[in-house]
Design a protein around this ligand. Structure first.
Ligand SMILES: Cc1cc2nc3c(=O)[nH]c(=O)nc-3n(C[C@H](O)[C@H](O)[C@H](O)COP(=O)(O)OP(=O)(O)OC[C@H]3O[C@@H](n4cnc5c(N)ncnc54)[C@H](O)[C@@H]3O)c2cc1C
Length: 418
């Protein structure tokens, strides 16, 4: 295995890092103060729009969309994009600056892979241009949504229209002033086999009957301007052509959507963790309680060393997941995708925990990105599917592989001394 980044990746990484140094890190304070000011609730920070223009001009744009998407893609493979996602992950809101932010990137992938030409013209193009934003509405308050087959929102055909009735929540990005479109998952045929009951339809945000009941808080924060909404659909009507791929294809699409997006989240976690490690090393070297630098304490050195090991382990595993995706697609890479989904958020969460402690009071304040990253790491252990669900999947795959070896009589699975 070659662990070196290619010249193409090194050149892109250098350009991206220079852009971050020049434009993004210096804007962190301004961005933070804007979004935390309640007068600005649900307003887009002007600095984000200004930086989007610059990033578009610099050609650092839509890099998330893998080369397999042909004309829609700027041409990076998953393996090539992974280290670039790590750089963006050092400032999580910067993903929007480069038009690589969730949930849009997953939604753009859905439209690029499964959308009709009309759907692509109407929604994919403006999304790729960064003119509009979007929501992915799957989770429902009344059912255990970690099992997506539980979704109950109904999508019924009436002449040339689909009629949607039901509830959703945790619909991220719904409050964003640029949001114009929701991909909504619901039941089109309750009598079909369990994974053929659901479909996805495009619902423009201004469709009559679609109500944002409230914005849901995360640890007391609304995450303005994106927000996470609770939604009520009452006889929401959209044209039949708004269905994506076809009736009963909800799970086919969900599988496609959750591939690259998941390793990209994991690399965000690596980027966040590396940033926090960098910050904590610098801080530990600057402060001197009780006559010695914090960095000279052996417990702190152990924290730094352990964080470094965990970050490098995670980075290599994510690169492996990305390489497997390129080689064998999301299905072939499923074990690795489960692995990075398990370790990514926990990594960010654990490194944030140590970084906060080393920073003392400043670590829990808004004066570094650490407190926000702590919350992000923690919520990702649920938002991207709970840890346990990914572990359950991975254990199932692993047991299956061992059973095959046992049946084949290879690998020393049977103990012949018995
Ligand atoms: C900040 C945030 C943003 C989100 N954004 C979106 C979004 O944009 N769109 C969207 O549709 N959804 C979104 N979600 C919702 C998220 O996907 C769900 O919260 C998640 O899938 C879990 O579903 P649930 O909350 O219904 O928990 P439940 O399904 O009720 O599960 C509760 C708990 O049960 C346990 N559990 C579940 N399955 C197993 C198992 N197999 N083994 C052992 N224990 C298990 C886990 O501990 C789990 O946390 C977001 C959530 C958050 C917090």
């Amino acid at each position: 295995m070659d662990f070196d980044y290619s010249p193409k990746v090194l050149e892109a990484k250098e350009r991206l890092e220079a852009f971050m140094d020049e434009n993004v890190y210096p804007a962190e304070r301004e961005h933070h103060d804007f979004v935390m000011n309640s007068d600005n609730l649900w307003k887009q920070p002007p600095v984000v729009e200004a930086l989007k223009d610059k990033a578009r001009e610099a050609g650092i744009w839509n890099w998330f969309l893998p080369a397999e998407y042909g004309e829609w893609s700027p041409g990076f493979t998953n393996l090539e994009f992974a280290p670039l996602a790590e750089v963006m992950g050092r400032v999580p809101w910067s993903f929007e600056v480069f038009n690589c932010s969730a949930p849009d990137r997953g939604n753009m992938e859905v439209l690029a892979r499964f959308g009709s030409a009309e759907q692509q013209d109407q929604w994919l193009r403006p999304l790729l241009e960064g003119r509009i934003r979007s929501t992915y509405a799957m989770t429902e308050p009344q059912v255990a949504s970690s099992d997506a087959t539980n979704m109950q929102l109904t999508i019924e055909r009436d002449g040339n229209e689909w009629v949607l009735n039901g509830r959703k929540w945790w619909s991220s990005n719904i409050m964003h002033p640029l949001n114009e479109i929701l991909i909504t998952m619901g039941v089109t045929d309750p009598g079909a086999p369990r994974h053929r009951q659901h479909s996805m339809v495009l619902v423009p945000k201004d469709t009559p009957g679609l109500e944002v009941v409230r914005a849901v808080e995360v640890f007391g924060n609304y995450h303005s301007p994106s927000g996470h909404g609770e939604l009520k659909y009452t006889d929401v009507r959209v044209p039949v052509d708004n269905i994506i791929l076809g009736e009963g294809e909800g799970f086919t699409i969900a599988q496609g959507r959750l591939g690259p997006g998941r390793f990209q989240y994991a690399m965000t976690n690596v980027g966040m963790a590396q940033r926090m490690l960098d910050l904590m090393c610098a801080r530990a070297d600057q402060r001197e309680p009780f006559g010695r630098k914090i960095s000279e304490r052996s417990s702190v050195r152990q924290d730094i060393a352990r964080a470094r090991c965990s970050i490098e382990q995670a980075r290599l595993l994510v690169l492996k997941a990305a390489a497997e995706m390129d080689k064998s697609g999301a299905k072939g890479a499923r074990d690795y995708i489960s692995m990075v989904k398990i370790i990514g958020p926990k990594l960010a969460h654990d490194v944030a925990e140590r970084a906060m402690q080393i920073f003392g009071g400043k670590g829990v304040s808004g004066d570094t990105p650490i407190a926000d990253m702590y919350v992000t790491g923690r919520l990702m252990r649920i938002a991207d599917g709970p840890d346990e669900v990914h572990m359950n999947q991975l254990a199932k795959f692993t047991m299956g592989q061992v059973e095959m070896q046992r049946q084949a009589g290879t690998g020393g699975i049977e103990w012949h001394g018995d």
